[in-house]
Design a binder for this molecule. Structure first.
Ligand code: C2E
Ligand code: MG
Ligand code: MG
Length: 725
């Protein structure tokens, strides 16, 4: 699983899922709560409506019983309806009332034996008596009355008539209000009033009690909301029903859209927040991923960097089976020159190009990394690593044999390659890399653009040089270095014309270290710039005191390579106060061969400053006449190895004379160095040298000795100065 999906999965499981579950739970809870609330409201409303309906029924019965009381408890009625019934009274008060049907629509009078004496209905004579009409329910009410014949009593109830219509029926005794009016003793006569329940009356009942759509159901087992109508015998005769409203549900319907929108918005907000959280997570993961990538890759070439290589190598070493592990270490030859001459942009592009080429050659064979500025390394960890390493290394060297075309320029770089194998157990990744590095240096020393295998003996020498460099660093800081001066004589006057500054190092343990050795160590270990600057400054300071002679200072190829060399030199001159015209710089042939463009430039700049330039060690290297013509030197110094034996070997003599002649032909002053005998001096003088140097005249000496020598030479006449020291 890649990094992003795994973090997505974790995010989904640890954050998104719980949040969404809580959200879903809240939504469900809210809907359930609203539904519950609506149900509760409906329930309350249903109970209230039922109570109202009940009350309306009771009110109906009460009204009928009240009406019954009004008609039955009445002196006139007690007189008119007992004994022989006053038909006229009955017609006026009862028959007519059943027509208007305000309180009742049927009225009956029963005698003491239960026979009806009149029966009116809807303003006419009813076809049946009340007991025939209403049957046993009325009988039950009458039975209840029979217990109390001493005072007015009435009963009311709901019952069906013969036609099946439902009516409220009241029955009670007829009683006088005044004591004077007597009624017959015994059973009283009974007045029965009935009011048939029809749509109109039910609607009115409903309106009085604010019950919407109240109606009568004849179905005794009505299913909806209702109040049961039960007759006095306990039989269900029908029900009062009403239109079912669900106010809770209505409220719910009204509130629901708002609630849903609110929930939706909350949900969207949460999703949005989750989205932002997730986006942040993804970008944090991406940054982390990038940081990890950056930490292990070189930004310029995209190759793994030193850290990644060391890690990979560590893993390979720890896995064991070390005989199949090789490290190939590469350093570009001449890269620094490209950088110095064409700038860092070109240098960078060259590195990219080289990296691409290396990558194509090493593809999938091992771990290729850029481990430094112009250093690359390849780790091979396969059974054929030993044979593959050399083959790939040679192909890499070969690859850079062809010049590289960049921006219309033709760049030539090479690569020196070192190889080390893990041929013994317990060797660390770091050590393996170091060994490959040592082998690479060996390849460089053997002449660059080649492959070298790690060799223990080179390593010991290398270690030696490294230790020496450490000591040299300490000596430089601790002022343990000294400068001695060897005079150079004018060939015509045989008086000191220059003094050459030569560096000396008295090592606390090793004693005097030869300058050839420690100078090369300083060059190799990156100390030469500092060391050279130190010599220049101190020699110039000393030389200020010797206006009679000029100062010659040796400058290493490394110092020439430094693009700020001329600036450093100019600042030392102005700092010490030594006139530029009194300084001569000695450069070696190495400068010419390795960095011709750079050398040409610096020679030109030095001459503009007024400093003269001598080509040192002439005859030991490769400088051709072409080179000599190209550079505007002032002087040639014929190396002492060439001069050696000049007075005993005729061939050497001829060679030296020819060399001097060449210098003169190129219009250069010529110094012969290493003159040890009078014969040497005479021959080189005769050959045409302008200056002479060697133990014959003087060995290198301290600054104090130089001061003395100059004073002596001043005092001596020219003729005596001709006598050698
Ligand atoms: P070089 O510049 O060619 O210096 C002349 C070397 O020849 C000196 O050796 C000197 O002592 C030696 N010499 C002079 N006359 C005679 C002679 O008659 N017979 C013999 N056998 N030797 C003679 P030294 O001092 O050992 O220096 C060796 C080289 O070290 C120098 O060669 C120079 O290349 C380098 N060197 C010394 N000091 C410095 C320095 O400050 N900077 C740089 N870059 N190189 C230095
Ligand atoms: Mg020299
Ligand atoms: Mg020399």
């Amino acid at each position: 699983m890649s990094l992003i999906p795994r973090s997505t999965f974790r995010f989904a499981l640890r954050i998104a899922l719980p949040v969404l579950l809580v959200l879903a739970g809240s939504i469900v809870f809210m809907i359930v709560a609203l539904t519950e609330m609506a149900g509760e409201v409906d329930q309350i409303d249903a109970v209230a409506t039922e109570r109202s309906a009940e009350a309306s029924l009771q009110a109906l019965l009460k009204r009928l019983r009240d009406a019954h009381g009004d008609y039955a408890v009445w002196d006139d009625a007690a007189v008119a309806l007992y004994g022989k019934v006053d038909t006229e009274f009955a017609t006026r008060n009862f028959k007519e009332s059943t027509r208007s049907a305000v309180f009742f629509d049927a009225a009956y009078l029963l005698d003491e034996n239960g026979q009806h004496l009149f029966a009116y209905r809807h303003g006419g004579v009813a076809p049946r008596g009340p007991l025939e009409e209403f049957g046993s329910p009325l009988q039950v009410m009458m039975t209840a009355l029979a217990r109390n014949y001493t005072e007015y009593d009435a009963q009311a109830g709901i019952m069906k008539d013969r036609s099946g219509a439902i009516a409220a029926v009241a029955v009670g005794s007829i009683y006088p209000t005044t004591r004077g009016v007597e009624r017959a003793v015994g059973r009283p006569r009974l007045l029965v009033l009935a009011h048939t329940l029809d749509d109109r009356s039910i609607r009115r009942m409903g309106a009085d009690f604010a019950i919407e759509g109240m109606s009568l159901s004849f179905d005794p087992n009505f299913d909806g909301q209702h109040v049961q109508l039960v007759d006095p015998t306990g039989k269900k005769v029908g029900a009062l029903t009403w239109q079912y409203n669900s106010p809770g549900n209505e409220a719910f319907q009204r509130v629901a859209p708002v609630a849903y929108v609110t929930l939706g918005l909350i949900g969207l907000t949460i999703l949005f927040l989750l989205g932002i959280g997730y986006a942040n997570l993804v970008s944090a993961r991406r940054r982390e991923h990038q940081a990890v990538y950056d930490a292990h890759h070189d930004s310029l070439t995209g190759l793994p960097n030193r850290a990644a290589l060391t890690k990979g190598l560590d893993v390979a070493v720890r896995r064991g089976g070390t005989e199949a592990l090789a490290v190939v270490f590469l350093d570009l030859d001449g890269f620094k020159e490209v950088n110095d001459s064409y700038g860092h942009d070109t240098g960078d592009r060259l590195l990219e190009r080289v990296a691409r080429g290396f990558k194509a050659i090493c593809a999938h064979k091992g771990l290729l990394a850029r481990v430094g500025g112009d250093e690359f390394a390849l780790v091979l960890d396969s059974p054929d690593a030993v044979s593959a390493a050399e083959e790939i290394a040679n192909r890499l060297v070969q690859f850079l044999h062809a010049p590289i075309h960049l921006d219309g320029r033709v760049l030539t770089v090479g690569t020196s390659v070192g190889i080390a194998f893990a041929d013994e157990g317990g060797i660390s990744a770091e050590e393996l890399l170091r060994r490959a590095d040592v082998a690479m240096y060996q390849a460089k020393e053997l002449g660059r653009s080649r492959v070298a295998l790690y060799d223990r003996s080179i390593d010991a020498e290398k270690l030696e040089r490294r230790l020496l460099a450490d000591d040299l660093r300490i000596a430089l800081k601790g002022n343990a270095l000294k400068i001695v001066y060897q005079p150079i004589y004018d060939a015509a006057t045989l008086r000191p014309a220059l003094v050459e500054a030569l560096l000396r190092w008295q090592h606390p343990v090793r004693g005097a270290v030869p300058p050839d050795l420690f100078i090369s160590v300083a060059e190799e270990m990156g100390l030469m710039d500092e060391l050279g600057t130190w010599v220049l400054r101190h020699a110039c300071l000393d030389a200020v005191a010797w206006p009679q002679v000029r100062l010659a200072v040796n400058v290493s190829a490394v110092q020439f390579r430094n693009p700020g060399f001329d600036r450093i030199l100019a600042s030392i001159l102005s700092e010490t106060g030594l006139p530029a015209a009194r300084l001569e710089v000695e450069m070696t042939e190495t400068n010419l061969v390795s960095y011709p463009d750079r050398a040409q430039h610096i020679v030109a700049v030095l001459r503009v400053l007024g400093v003269t330039v001598a080509l040192d060690d002439f005859g030991t290297g490769y400088s051709s006449i072409g080179y000599l013509r190209r550079f505007a030197f002032d002087k040639l110094k014929i190396d002492r190895s060439l001069v050696h034996g000049v007075s005993v070997d005729p061939e050497t003599r001829r060679l030296c004379e020819a060399t001097v002649a060449l210098g003169l032909a190129l219009d250069l002053a010529v110094t012969a160095e290493g003159l040890e005998t009078e014969a040497d001096v005479e021959i080189m003088r005769a050959a045409g040298c302008s200056h002479l140097q060697g133990y014959y005249f003087a060995r290198p000496m301290t600054a104090a000795a130089v001061t003395e020598l100059i004073a002596q030479a001043e005092a001596e006449p020219v003729a005596e100065a001709l006598q050698p020291a």
